[in-house]
Structures are given as structure tokens and as C-alpha cells.
Design a protein around this ligand. Structure first.
Ligand SMILES: [Mg+2]
Length: 273
């Protein structure tokens, strides 16, 4: 009788324990959308303990030139692949010059309303960070990629630095692969490692939730895993607006010409040196 009572009590405690653990598990979710209104409604739920993170390429900005916009790749993939193969065969200094020439292509907003959303989050006291898988420092004639990106974003009405007055403008980590600059993390590591480094440097900031907007599912999955480990809620948004927005009719022969022209820029720069 006593044994039965003990085992019944044990089972009740176990069930209660499981239920308790379930209630305390953090909420993790990833959705797909091309609609900024959906991002806005997710951000409506943010509060001062939420960190909202935006990817840069193909989320905030995209190249102004048609040949380099992401939605074109399925249609001109052969041209791009051919170009990439040719670039691979070039000498490292020429590859560097080509990278520089590509970085010189101006960018524009993916969505005109994005700066307004970011400002409204900042006005509500919510921290907003940029996390990009891009290098920093010098590339060819460009002294500082982070400076270039920050200046471009400022010109488009986005100021991530506004959220991080208490953090040093420029912060380096234990590795050269990641840097924090005016509210923007540039990394050649995986995004969750870079974010972990950044969060460890601001222990005074306690976040309970991350909202992360990126166009690549794998980045969202990785940051979700980090949030899970840190026992934070996570809301990931796979944003594919670049693939569905209205575009002008495109002359594909001109696209091929543009890649050819880009290579010529490199050879002319080489000659002039
Ligand atoms: Mg991207």
C-alpha cells in the first residue's frame, strides 16, 4: 500500500515537473514572408528586452544595378557562374580589384519603408542591430568596408549607431573575422558565433527575445539555436522581398555585357598601376 502511494506521488510529481518544464521552454519560431507589414506586426510585440536584428544584403539593401540583383540569378545563372569561374582563375591582386569594383556598385533600399520601421523601433527604446556576413577593413581602393556600409545606410535613413551609444563605436573581438562598428556586426564567421561574441561583450544588456530578419534560412536556424542555448525567445523572419518586388523589364544580353565590362575595369586598373 505504502509503495503504491509513493509511486503514485512520484508519478504526479514527474507529470507536474514535465508540465512546468514545458511552460518554461522558450518560444522559437521561424516564418517566411515577402511582406513588410508582417515584419511590422512581429516588431509590434517587441519591448525593451527584445533585440531586433537585420541582415544587410537583400534585406535592407540591394545593388542598384539590375545585373547584380538577386532575383535575376535563376535567369542569368550561367553568365554569373561563368564570371565566377573566370574570377577564380585570376591572380589574387586582380581578384581583390574586382571585389573592390563590385563594392563600388551603389546600393538602394529593398523596401522604402524599412528605415521608418527601424526608426520607430529605436524611438520605442528597442535595440536594433545589423548582422552581416561581409568582411571589414580594406578591399582594393576602399579603405574601410564597414565605413562604406555605414555611410550608405545613413544616406538611406538607417542609423544603427543610434541604438548603441553606450557601446564603443568600434569594437574588435578575439578574432579578426568579426567586428562591431556603429551598431553593425560584420563577420566572416557564422552569424550565431559573431552574435554570441557581441552579446558576451555587453553583459549589462539582458535580452529575453531576439527577432532576426534574414534572407537565408541557414542563418536564421543558427541564430535560433543560439537563442535556445541562451534561453531566449526567438522569432526568425525569412524575408524574400527581393524575389517578388516589381522590376523593370530586363534585357538579358545587357546583363552579360555588364559582367564583361566589369572584368575590363580590372584589366584597365591593372594597366594603370
Ligand atoms: Mg542577406
Amino acid at each position: 500500500m505504502l509503495i503504491r502511494l509513493i509511486s503514485a506521488t512520484f508519478m504526479v510529481l514527474c507529470l507536474f515537473g514535465c508540465e512546468f518544464a514545458r511552460e518554461n521552454r522558450n518560444h522559437q519560431e521561424i516564418i517566411r514572408t515577402d511582406d513588410l507589414e508582417t515584419i511590422k506586426s512581429v516588431c509590434d510585440e517587441a519591448d525593451s528586452q527584445t533585440l531586433v536584428i537585420f541582415d544587410m544584403d537583400n534585406v535592407l539593401t540591394e545593388p542598384t544595378e539590375r545585373a547584380f540583383q538577386a532575383d535575376l540569378y535563376p535567369k542569368i545563372g550561367k553568365i554569373v557562374d561563368q564570371y565566377r569561374e573566370q574570377v577564380k582563375k585570376m591572380s589574387p591582386p586582380d581578384q581583390e580589384k574586382l571585389k573592390g569594383a563590385q563594392w563600388e556598385i551603389p546600393v538602394c533600399l529593398v523596401d522604402e519603408s524599412m528605415p521608418l520601421l527601424i526608426r520607430s523601433l529605436q524611438d520605442r527604446g528597442i535595440k536594433v542591430l545589423m548582422l552581416t556576413a561581409n568582411p571589414h577593413g580594406r578591399i582594393a581602393n576602399i579603405d574601410s568596408i564597414e565605413n562604406l556600409c555605414d555611410a550608405r545606410l545613413l544616406a538611406l535613413g538607417i542609423d544603427f549607431g543610434k541604438s548603441w551609444h553606450s557601446v564603443n563605436v568600434k569594437r574588435r573581438f578575439d578574432t579578426d573575422l568579426t567586428i562591431f562598428y556603429k551598431g553593425e556586426v560584420f563577420t566572416l564567421e557564422s552569424k550565431e558565433i559573431a552574435l554570441k561574441r557581441f552579446l558576451e561583450h555587453i553583459p549589462e544588456q539582458k535580452f529575453q527575445k531576439i527577432i532576426f530578419v534574414d534572407d537565408k534560412r541557414k542563418n536564421l536556424e543558427k541564430v535560433k539555436n543560439l537563442a535556445e542555448k541562451l534561453e531566449m525567445d526567438f522569432f526568425g523572419i525569412e524575408y524574400f522581398r527581393v524575389f517578388t518586388k516589381n522590376r523593370p523589364k530586363t534585357d538579358f544580353s545587357l546583363m552579360k555585357e555588364r559582367f564583361e565590362q566589369l572584368k575590363k575595369v580590372v584589366s584597365s586598373k591593372t594597366k594603370s598601376l
